[in-house]
Write a protein that binds this ligand. Structure first.
Ligand code: GAR
Length: 219
């Protein structure tokens, strides 16, 4: 049997209809790389699916492609070069100040390749999210796609989760599953996974925000 390369299972399914919050969610997107997830979130907002606003894009690497992408999308961007901070906590303090100065209160790690500390997690309780290109808890850390291929798994995917201190861990919000096909390379598998990342990240933000809204109504 030939596997359909476009096969994907998303669980839970994206919200339908997408929730409207009384105020748009105020997002700070943290990115270290190309920024394709940033653009997917921005597109979901422009299309009217995700009721949110990207207040600021924070990046840590002066050469990161995400800077050009933020520029093209007309989004404010701030470089916080991790090399200029004496500790992870000091970088996280600068992130907190930047997020707050831009009026954001959701921290959306979209290819943010730095370990975060409890300082950042505690500043925005339940509002720090991360995406990772594997079916967590399998293959956390760097080179997740290569790890999956080396392990010989037949299904892989991506996960959006609340952030806890341990790298790529925390309560899972949504996952998408894709097949690993014979002859896949890290690039081909990563491309298949990224198509799903772009679907699930906006949905995960909406799901997390509606749970948070429901929780606060109950208290
Ligand atoms: C994404 O695949 C994301 O899951 C991964 O970095 C890529 C960023 O792509 N994140 C991690 O590996 C976190 N451990 P993008 O810059 O095109 O959005």
């Amino acid at each position: 049997m030939m596997l359909d390369p476009n096969l994907a299972i998303v669980s839970p399914p994206p919200p339908s209809p997408w929730p409207r919050f009384s105020e748009p969610l105020k997002l700070a997107v943290l990115a270290s790389g190309h920024g394709s997830n940033l653009e997917a979130i921005a597109t979901a907002i422009t299309q009217g699916d995700l009721h949110a606003h990207i207040q600021v894009v924070i990046y840590n690497n002066p050469k990161a492609k995400v800077a050009e992408r933020a520029e093209r999308l007309g989004l404010p961007k701030v470089l916080l070069n991790h090399r200029h901070y004496p500790s992870r906590e000091a970088l996280d303090q600068a992130i907190i100040q930047t997020v707050q100065a831009h009026g954001a209160n959701w921290v959306i790690m979209a290819g943010w390749m730095r370990c975060v500390t409890q300082v950042l997690i505690d500043a925005f309780p339940g509002q720090v999210l991360n995406i990772h290109p594997s079916l967590l808890p399998s293959f956390p850390g760097i080179h997740a796609t290569e790890q999956a291929l080396a392990a010989g798994v037949k299904l892989s995917g991506c996960t959006v989760h609340h952030v806890e201190l341990k790298v790529d861990s925390g309560p899972i919000i949504i996952q998408a599953v894709v097949p690993v096909l014979p002859g896949d390379t890290a690039d081909s598998l990563q491309a298949r996974i990224q198509t799903q990342e772009h679907r699930i990240y906006p949905a995960a933000i909406a799901l997390a925000a509606s749970s948070k809204a429901t929780e606060s109504q109950g208290t």
